[in-house]
Design a protein around this ligand. Structure first.
Ligand code: GLC
Length: 585
């Protein structure tokens, strides 16, 4: 590609001065999501476990994290790998014991890490005692779930589900239960019946689950599937639930068995969800107050509108989620996105969030392809540079810190229910197994993840030369770049407190971050496939002639500490850079 000097196509400015002062532990937090099943297996059964995590906590600390959230580790038949819980207060035996979890909490705290559990309130497993008692019509549990007789089809005379609602995992969201002779609702898998949040006993039982873990020293909760907590009530005119309309343009989702085929006006993001989040916040705030503890945080998972995400923070009267996961970039950016798209999503959140809250940025998780696969391996560092240098809270999915790519999982090896509900020709479109393959620790058997002959998912990628140990040993690596970034983010005033001033051109985004103390920094992400030459003095108000590289993408060809020309900085395609403005000598 020909290099070109960029005339400014577009300069966009966003100024957001963050409030200064003492920060609570989570406010500028660096959060790390561990998928326990794939992180580290300590007992050789091919499945990651709590002791495995405990053994690797020093690593988590070393890469600069201060909050760790674990995907579910509770007792579960594993129909949705722990997101189908049969006892909220017991640890799944293949992950360890309650004592192991307590030891993990202790170790985390001794390292200054805060440990966060996954709270799955929308549904239980069908093997949960509550559901079994509900099936049996036990009076207290009868209305713990959503039950309905179904309706009689006028033409066939046959009984059919009460509405056309579709499950996230495809097909009807209603399942017939022989024993109770009714249908129950499951917005996810058949083995994940939805709890009934219109029943105050359900609300209180779930609050008690939070209190149970708070009493054991847990520092907060990532709350699963919030938009699904409520559905429309029965329509008195028909005696059943209202059908959802088919989407206007079915070409984007032609299969009527797919969740995306319907417009979810009756089953998703109902206004009732907010009060439930606000009262969970009350539970954790009360706990903090009464027990004089560190702040217990809530991180909420909601793929919903931007307005709803802002409302998740609170409504001006009630506080809500500390960290309503910001999925805008994860949902909207892909390897065709322009630099303006990147800039838009930064400013969209910063400029519109309510006063007194913190921005957060999430680029990956266990439900989405890994960054290096989604944006291309050559952009792996660029994406981490971007995430770690934005104002507020960063959330990293385990593996992204060293550029891990999705693993290949054949149809025969697939275990994700979303894949298994499809068929050999379409499963890859749905499967979440590729982003869940085991962590690559070293070049020994199974990448040091497990000594078992067979692991629960295949070790998906070649690890002989590319693994954590090798990246520590190398002069430079994705991991080393990541560590430089997290350190910078924690200690440099420009990143802890600095404002954000951006400029965008064809393929590139540059932003200056500057605080009242410390050195200003400039971040450049050249997302595009052309080399660009940038004049920072033009872009950022004569920022300085003296710039040095703090870190940059592995393939940049620049050394840390190297001086660069502020008036003609060459940014290579797919590269990210963090530059420091040196004080004038
Ligand atoms: C959330 C989880 C996902 C799970 C679903 C049902 O979206 O992240 O993995 O399948 O909820 O609990």
């Amino acid at each position: 590609m020909m290099g070109k000097t960029i005339g400014l196509l577009l300069i966009a400015f966003a100024l957001c001065q963050l409030s200064r002062g003492e920060r609570d532990w989570w406010e500028n937090g660096n959060f790390y999501q561990i998928y326990p099943r794939s992180f580290k297996d300590s007992n050789g059964d091919g499945i990651g476990d709590l002791i495995g995590i405990l053994e690797k906590l020093d690593y988590v600390k070393d890469i600069g994290m201060n909050g760790v959230w674990l995907s579910p580790i509770f007792q579960s038949p594993m129909a949705d790998f722990g997101y189908d819980i049969s006892d909220y207060t017991k640890v799944q035996p293949e992950y360890g014991t309650s004592e192991d979890l307590l030891a993990l909490i202790d170790k985390a705290h001794s390292l200054g890490l805060h440990l966060i559990l996954d709270f799955v309130p929308n549904h239980t497993s069908d093997e949960h005692e509550w559901f079994q008692r509900s099936i049996a019509n036990d009076s207290y549990y009868r209305d713990f779930y959503i039950w309905h007789d179904g309706v009689i089809n006028a033409t066939t005379g046959k009984r059919q589900p009460p509405s056309n609602w579709i499950s996230q995992f495809r097909y009807s969201a209603w399942e017939w239960n022989e024993q109770r002779q009714q249908y129950y609702l499951h917005q996810f898998g058949v083995k994940q019946p939805d709890l009934n949040y219109r029943n105050p006993n359900v609300v209180e039982e779930m609050n008690n689950v939070l209190r149970y873990w708070l009493a054991r020293g847990i520092d907060g909760f990532r709350i699963d599937a919030v938009p699904f907590l409520f559905e429309a009530d029965i329509d008195p005119a028909t005696g059943t639930y209202p059908d959802e309309p088919v989407i206007a343009d079915t070409s984007s989702c032609p299969d009527p068995d797919d969740w995306c085929h319907l417009n979810h006006i009756y089953t998703n993001s109902l206004p009732e969800i907010f009060n439930i989040v606000y009262q969970w916040r009350k539970v954790v705030d009360e706990w903090k107050r009464e027990h004089n503890t560190d702040t217990k945080v809530l991180l909420t998972e909601a793929y919903t509108s931007f307005e709803n995400l802002m409302r998740m923070y609170g409504d001006g009267v009630h506080n809500g989620s500390h960290i309503p996961f910001n999925f805008e970039m994860m949902a909207e950016l892909n390897n065709k996105s322009t630099a303006s798209d990147y800039d838009y999503y930064v400013r969209h959140w910063l400029d519109n969030m309510p006063a007194g809250v913190y921005a957060n940025w999430v680029l990956g998780n266990h439900d989405n392809p890994r960054l290096a696969s989604r944006f291309g391996a050559q952009r792996a560092d660029l994406m981490n540079i971007f995430l770690q240098t934005l104002p507020g809270i960063a959330v990293t999915y385990n593996g992204e810190e060293y550029g891990l790519e999705d693993g290949y999982v054949s149809w025969e090896e697939s275990v994700d229910p979303q894949a298994c509900n499809a068929d050999p020709s379409t499963y890859l479109k749905y499967s979440r197994d590729p982003e869940r393959t085991p962590f690559l620790w070293d070049n020994t058997k199974n990448a040091g993840f497990s000594t078992a002959d067979r692991t629960w998912l295949p070790v998906g990628q070649s690890y002989e030369t590319n693994n954590i140990e090798a990246q520590y040993a190398a002069d430079n690596s994705h991991l080393k770049i990541f560590k430089t970034l997290t350190k910078l983010r924690k200690s440099e005033p420009a990143f802890t407190d600095g404002d954000y001033k951006s400029a965008v051109g064809d393929g590139w985004l540059a932003y200056a971050r500057k605080a009242s103390s410390g050195s200003p920094h400039i971040v450049i992400v050249n997302i595009g496939d052309s080399k660009v030459t940038l004049n920072f003095n033009e872009l950022f108000d004569n920022i300085s002639a003296n710039l040095e590289v703090v870190t940059s993408s592995l393939q940049s060809g620049l050394a840390n500490g190297q001086s660069v020309d502020a008036s003609a900085f060459e940014a290579q395609p797919y590269n990210g850079y963090v530059l420091r403005v040196k004080s004038e000598e």
